[in-house]
Design a binder for this molecule. Structure first.
Ligand code: T46
Length: 120
């Protein structure tokens, strides 16, 4: 099931630096980011093969995750937290605040056939 991983961060008088290494259970093949968001929810699908890791670099958003009649809501608002989604974690991103920038690392190249609209 989806879960949040707290990433190691080095903070000093100059600011903070967060590292993403050795924590993802997949080899990253693709990076994309989502921004300029409005009130419309996004996502609302799961994947056949693709694992994903979501980081909200700026702002705040909710991610609803559904699987086997179980639903969990994750709040992403810290740039040192990554939400790991398994392929069959149906997810919806919504309630965007503070001009979010959502960075997504994916295990596979983009393939429209990898998407499934219905939750498992
Ligand atoms: C997901 C959530 C978190 C591409 O051409 N290449 C890509 O790598 C992606 C991700 C999308 N696209 C195209 C497909 C659509 O024509 O970009 C357009 C918008 O994509 P979509 O409507 O799927 O965007 P979201 O925000 O609903 O979903 C995206 C990812 O597609 C999806 O895999 O899990 O973010």
């Amino acid at each position: 099931m989806a879960h949040i991983i707290e990433l190691p961060t080095r903070s000093d008088s100059r600011g903070s630096l967060t590292v993403l290494e050795k924590v993802l259970p997949f080899e990253m093949k693709r990076l994309y980011w989502i921004y300029d968001l409005n009130d419309e929810a996004r996502g609302k699908h799961r994947h056949k093969q693709t694992w994903q890791a979501l980081i909200c670099l700026q702002g705040k958003c909710e991610v609803v995750v559904k699987k086997h009649q179980h639903e969990e809501i994750f709040i992403l608002e810290k740039p040192n937290e990554v939400l790991l989604l398994e392929p069959d974690d149906w997810h919806e991103m919504r309630h965007f605040q503070g001009q979010p920038i959502l960075l997504v690392a994916a295990s596979h190249f983009y393939d429209a056939n990898d998407y499934i609209k219905e939750p498992l």
